[in-house]
Design a protein around this ligand. Structure first.
Ligand SMILES: *Cc1c(COP(=O)(O)O)cnc(C)c1O
Length: 388
């Protein structure tokens, strides 16, 4: 199935809606049955039937089909946030007494889920440096039921060899979940490499317009049925039909957005890597990345995340740089049409999420490259760097 077919046509039964080109927004919480027999049938398999929008909704269903096709998965569940998608996938795979192995620097709320929340329910987690697949093998215990991956991660972009970790897990009957938000399904296909569950913060590139918080979880139908019967229906953190409709619109341009972002990021990277006031550039395709070989093998293309370590004498200099940016909006998150800057260490000087991430620098700023002209972004970075 080609990309434009998935984005433009898959799942859209236009003849049912008078040929409407835009998909219907079915803003209904419930679906009525003509007979008792039909209602009985509806209750028999809530995973497949339209009964109640916490379980199924026609607008959300179009989105689920498209994302599943993008990931090469049998099916997909849609959630009200990426955090909900990751949590549902993890919770479905563990019970009290089980053990999880997770990469050392996952998204902060994934770490919180495993280290704090699930620990209260008797699930323990070992965090390992995922850049060497042997570390997963060493951390596995007889109680391990799940390995949680995030490749590349969203701050310093460490990667895991997904095929190697999947093979280690499969030999032992351990399930694997990979957060694929950074790469997008266009640049990385974890299911094809043997990963069981793929999660996304669809808030980022999949929606791409900074107007929806959403998440998706892809996998086999059998596994997603477990997720559906467990955390999906129980926690009820589903995606609203309206947000699914907005996401269908955002998704139309996923291909062209990612192409443009990759091209601009290449130019911005080349500028930053040679600038004397930039000490280090973190990105999967940065020339100094020790995992550059894996980036080239495992990623089909670049995304727009670049973290720079400024040659700054103090936090005030970092602030001068960030405050001086005119075309980068200063905020959290990433993956939208607009370029962003997140001065993570200047905002959290004592917290040290980045110290946990293996650097003591207060001068790290994460950039998310958007759809602006490359020359505009480079000129803006140049004038802001002059303020250091
Ligand atoms: C943002 C993010 C999440 C959480 O997604 P939300 O949509 O904000 O709940 C999970 N993983 C990664 C890598 C993220 O960047």
């Amino acid at each position: 199935m080609d990309l434009s077919y998935i984005l433009n046509h898959l799942g859209e039964e236009r003849a049912r809606y008078d040929g409407a080109v835009a998909p219907p927004l079915v803003q209904s919480s419930i679906f009525a049955f003509p007979t008792v027999a039909a209602m009985r049938e509806g209750f028999r398999d809530e995973y497949a039937e339209h009964l109640y929008t916490r379980g199924n909704n026609p607008t959300v269903a179009i989105l689920r089909r498209k994302i599943a096709a993008l990931e090469g998965a049998e099916d997909c569940l849609a959630f009200g946030s990426g955090a909900a998608a990751v949590a549902a996938g993890v919770v479905a795979c563990v019970k009290a007494g089980d053990h999880v192995v997770c990469v050392a620097k996952p998204y902060s709320w994934t770490r919180g889920l495993l280290r704090d929340l699930l620990a209260k329910f008797g699930v323990t987690t070992t965090f390992v440096d995922g850049t060497d697949a042997a570390n997963f093998e060493a951390a596995i215990t007889p109680a391990t039921t799940l390995i949680v991956l995030e490749s590349p991660n969203s701050m310093t972009y460490e990667q895991q060899d997904l095929a190697a970790v999947a093979a280690i897990a499969r030999r032992r009957g351990i399930r694997t979940l990979c957060d694929n938000s950074h790469a997008t399904p266009l640049n990385q296909s974890p299911i094809a490499l043997g990963i069981d569950l793929v999660a996304h913060s669809a808030t980022k590139y999949l929606n791409g317009h900074s107007d929806v918080v959403a998440g998706v979880l892809c996998g086999s139908e059998a596994l997603l049925r477990e997720v559906f019967k467990g955390p999906y229906m129980t926690f009820g953190a589903m995606l609203s039909p309206h947000d699914a409709w907005l996401m269908l619109r955002g998704l139309r341009t996923l291909g062209v957005r990612m192409e443009r972002i990759a091209a601009t990021t290449r130019e911005v990277l080349a500028f930053l890597e040679t600038h004397p006031r930039v000490r280090h550039v973190h990105a999967p395709h940065a020339s100094a990345n020790p995992q550059l070989g894996l980036s080239e093998r495992q990623l089909k293309g670049a995304s727009g995340l670049v973290t720079i370590e400024l040659d700054a004498v103090d936090v005030a200099a970092v602030e001068r740089f960030c405050d001086g940016l005119e075309r980068f909006l200063m905020t959290v998150s990433w993956g939208g049409y607009e370029s962003l800057a997140f001065p993570v260490c200047a905002v959290f000087p004592s917290d040290a999420p980045l110290r946990a991430a293996g650097t003591s620098s207060l001068a790290l700023v994460r950039l998310s490259i958007g759809l602006e002209e490359p020359a505009v972004l480079i000129a803006d970075l140049e004038q802001a760097l002059a303020r250091l």
